[in-house]
Design a protein around this ligand. Structure first.
Ligand SMILES: Cc1ncc(COP(=O)(O)O)c(C=O)c1O
Length: 449
């Protein structure tokens, strides 16, 4: 009758799982934005260290986690897998619901799993400063923490609407010793251009990415870091899925469905990818991605090549996209406001291995409230999407169905969002199809894509 399934520190995974060699078909390569030809690793060296570029394209199934990374992981890993018995009782379900609690990391989310690894590989190659974007502020906090652990400077471009909605995230980032600017900012050429066009621009992850890349590309001692989407980020996040597999085994359970919220795809991929070989071997296991109706990338986007940022400075990635110029409305799940998604995740959705579902923010906050009232934890608005997905799966579930979801972060610095919800001030946004079509028209036309 345990609530928590715990692993000893000695069972922190020593290797990350790389799904690339196991994919049923090869992943479409990133393309040069000008020539539309596949790019090699050398094209990425201006902004990423070689250690991470090698991981991005590695054909190996398993990649050793360096000891200094494990050493920082030990601050909070392994995280508990928790049986949500009180939530089950409140729903009246016959299913068993488990959640993997990544909110217990120093930064309060799953993000340090990759931030620590990225800071380590940058430090190893002599980088002095890292730049990044952040939506909700969780990623910026995680990278600021990781840079502090390895003695690196850190600059964070935070999407303006989140910067204003969540001042405490900015303070936490600064407390770790990093600098943080509201994006669009006057610190970059691209930011100044955006502000000149619209001084009230609320920003987007795509804009903040452009600013962070420009900053890194124009400073020799600086590299850029992305908190989601890329293969190496998903790779680092597989520590959560590997631990979950070991914990389910301890509990004598087999997952029937694995659920996560999706912004760029890293937390969901982290818990789900290590189960892909089971599915390919014929096990009946479902993977369910949950996204906001206000940014419905997987459910209403197109699968095609697009830029990762608004300035069109990144390589083209084959993914579900709403168009790189898509400005999602300022919903409270700031970390889910991204026009694209991880190519690995999109590939799995496209090939029918992963299902996707979208919800409105009001119903999502209602689920977070039920979780708070039963399990006691206040979830990040992003995480609340996964909770809603799990609750819906549990309703009318057959006896004994095992539902596992990733609890990606706490909402202790999202109280403004909860205040709006409790006062009844949340509104739901749905994008008209014509608006999505209009944004998609700006996507590059790639013959092979
Ligand atoms: C708590 C939390 N969950 C989920 C996400 C979504 O990102 P990803 O899909 O890469 O896990 C974010 C992003 O900022 C986040 O802060």
């Amino acid at each position: 009758m345990d609530y928590k399934i715990l692993l000893p520190e000695s069972e922190i995974p020593k290797r990350w799982y790389n799904v690339l060699p196991d994919l049923p078909q090869p992943l479409s390569p990133p393309l040069h934005p000008g020539t539309h030809q596949p790019i090699g690793p050398e094209a990425l060296t201006a902004i990423f260290p070689m250690g991470l570029i090698e991981q991005e394209v590695s054909p190996k199934n398993w990649i050793d986690i360096p000891e200094p990374v494990l050493d920082i992981y030990r601050l909070y890993r392994p995280t508990p897998l928790v049986r949500a018995r009180r939530l089950e009782a409140a729903i009246g379900t016959k299913a068993r619901i488990y959640y993997k609690n990544e909110s217990l990391s120093p930064a309060g989310s799953h993000k340090p799993n990759t931030a620590i690894a990225q800071a380590y590989f940058n430090k190893k190659e002599g980088v002095r400063r890292m730049t990044t974007e952040t939506g909700a502020g969780q990623w910026g906090t995680a990278l600021a923490f990781a840079c502090r652990m390895f003695g690196l400077a850190c600059t964070v471009y935070m999407v303006r609407c989140s910067y204003e909605q969540k001042p405490y995230r900015g303070i936490m980032i600064r407390a770790y010793g990093a600098e943080v600017f509201a994006s669009p900012s006057d610190k970059t050429v691209f930011g100044r251009k955006m502000l000149a066009e619209d001084p009230t621009c609320s920003g987007s992850l795509g804009v903040a990415i452009s600013e962070a890349i420009e900053d890194a590309a124009t400073h020799d001692d600086t590299k850029y870091s992305l908190g989601s989407v890329l293969n190496h980020v998903l790779l680092h996040q597989t520590v959560t899925g590997l631990e979950t597999k070991a914990q389910l085994k301890l509990a004598g359970e087999k997952a029937d469905v694995v659920i996560g919220c999706v912004g760029g795809g890293s937390n969901f991929a982290g818990i789900m990818l290590p189960f892909v070989p089971n599915k390919l071997a014929g096990e009946k296991i479902r993977f369910l991605a949950i996204e906001p109706e206000a940014c419905p990338t997987l459910t209403r986007g197109e699968y095609r090549y697009d830029f990762g940022d608004v300035a069109c400075s990144t390589p083209l990635l084959k993914m579900y996209t709403l168009g790189h110029g898509f400005f999602p409305p300022p919903i409270h799940a700031g970390g889910l406001r991204y026009h694209g998604d991880a190519p690995i995740l999109c590939h799995l959705v496209h090939h029918g291995l992963v299902e996707a579902k979208a919800y409105h923010q009001t119903e999502v906050f209602e689920s977070a409230r039920l979780f708070l009232e039963t399990e006691g934890f206040l979830a990040a608005p992003e995480t609340a999407h996964a909770i809603k997905g799990a609750i819906d799966e549990a309703k009318n579930a057959p006896e004994g169905k095992v539902i596992v979801f990733l609890y990606s972060g706490h909402g202790l610095l999202d109280l403004g969002a909860y205040d709006a919800y409790l006062r009844g001030d949340l509104s739901d946004f749905s994008y008209p199809d014509e608006k999505i079509k209009e944004c998609l028209q700006a996507c590059p036309v790639v013959k092979a894509g």
